[in-house]
Write a new protein. Structure first.
Length: 423
């Protein structure tokens, strides 16, 4: 049996799927990427380092903030610049906003129609107007947060090496903090809605990779935690992590796929929940209660539930940092002076879909001589295909239409971003 899907909608970018089953055994399960190669890394070489955060943010219109901030951090590491505490707070708030708005979009409008067997999100909105409004309210809050700090909700222009051009208006910060109470209540309601969904039965062990820190649910900084298939944990520095993963370039593909010790792995919300759920905030932990550890460790479909839990967590976290920002409002931002010199810098942050790696090599004049960007989707594409090899045999007796719907459902649960993957 040959299964071919020419286009999978409701994902960022253009992909299809090809699968082959012979005597009930899966011979092939491949994601076809139809997006054109972007060559962003090539565009960056020969340019001044100050251009990198602006250019990298154009990799994606859904998650530009993470590309902007990770590039800034990598260049700061190359130049040995340490940003101020207030700068870090502002950056974290931008990243929280980025994850909240991206998750809310994917959860409700892209993935949920699959779980309720609706043909599109228009039908879904008509059936669930209250939840649709909540999802829009959450996204609006997140976009306001990014706009307030970054200067724009898409492709921020206020963030820069060693600081920010301007501080956010404190009265607007106060207003956003006041409104965040309602958003937290709504995010809890939405997460409970996703908790009650009927998730498909699915089981496959995989490796989970994410940032980790002792005292917080790591997004901005930290070491790399790998929980392998046997649930053994390894912790790597950013540099060491790049020694144990391998980018694979195939002549026929435009995506550099990534493997960990020649194995596939998962990054993103489900990986983060599996690796650091004990660091979640109070309300997010409440949502997680009652969901067995086994489901979270073996069922990829729970990635969307993990996203719902993270929305609650990051709204809670945003409230904490907005409150802190108000209390230190009179403390100067203290942009650091940047001394141009040759150096190499590596940074890893958490994008909505998982860890993002940026590496820059800069010469004594501040010109980028080499760079490498490893995006989340490039890291989990192999893992989707391994999941599909387990999933396909369960679908062989279904009608063609229903079989295709179930395949798309699994792929969309990952929330792939193809424009990032072909950067």
């Amino acid at each position: 049996m040959k299964i071919k899907i020419n286009h999978i909608s409701r994902v960022e970018g253009h992909i299809g799927f090809v699968g082959h089953l012979l005597n009930g055994q899966v011979r092939k399960a491949k994601i076809d990427v139809f997006e054109g190669m972007r060559l962003i890394e090539g565009i960056l070489i020969g340019r001044h380092f100050s251009e990198a955060p602006i250019i990298t943010s154009r990799i994606c219109g859904v998650c530009p903030v993470i590309h902007n901030i990770t590039a800034i951090k990598a260049i700061e590491n190359a130049l040995q610049v340490k940003p101020s505490q207030k700068t870090v707070i502002l950056r974290k708030l931008m990243l929280y906003g980025q994850i909240i708005q991206s998750h809310a979009l994917h959860l409700f409008f892209l993935s949920l129609p699959d779980f309720l067997n609706y043909p599109d999100d228009i039908t879904l909105i008509k059936k669930y107007p209250k939840q649709a409004q909540i999802a829009l309210d959450i996204r609006r809050f997140a976009n306001k947060l990014i706009y307030l700090i970054g200067g724009r909700s898409i492709h921020p222009i206020n963030s820069q090496i060693a600081g920010f051009k301007m501080e956010p208006n404190i009265e607007k910060v106060k207003k956003l903090y006041f409104n965040s109470r309602k958003i937290l209540t709504e995010s809890i309601d939405l997460a409970n809605f996703f908790k009650k969904l009927d998730y498909p039965k699915f089981e496959r062990k995989t490796n989970f990779v994410s940032l980790c820190q002792k005292n917080e649910y790591a997004i901005y900084d930290g070491k790399i935690k790998v929980k392998d298939k046997k649930r053994k944990t390894n912790i790597f520095s950013a540099k060491k992590f790049l020694d144990v993963v391998r980018e694979i370039i195939k002549y026929s593909e435009v995506v550099k796929r990534v493997r960990y010790k020649d194995q596939t792995y998962m990054v993103g919300a489900l990986a983060r929940i599996n690796n650091q759920s004990n660091k979640l905030n109070k309300e997010a932990k409440k949502i997680l209660k009652g969901i067995t550890k086994e489901r979270l460790e073996t069922n990829t479909f729970y990635n969307i539930f993990a996203q719902a839990v993270e929305v609650v967590h990051f709204v809670e976290e945003s409230r904490k940092l907005l409150d802190k920002l108000i209390r230190i409002r009179n403390k100067p931002l203290k942009n650091k002076n940047v001394r141009v010199k040759a150096g190499q810098g590596l940074a890893i942050c958490e994008a909505p879909r998982g860890i993002l790696v940026d590496y820059f090599e800069i010469d004594k004049n501040g010109i980028i001589k080499n760079c490498n960007i490893i995006t989340p989707t490039a890291q989990f594409l192999n893992n989707i295909e391994e999941d599909l090899k387990i999933w396909l045999p369960n679908l062989k007796k279904l009608s063609k239409k229903e079989r295709e719907r179930k395949i798309k459902m699994l792929i969309r649960a990952y929330d792939p971003c193809i424009s990032c993957a072909v950067h």
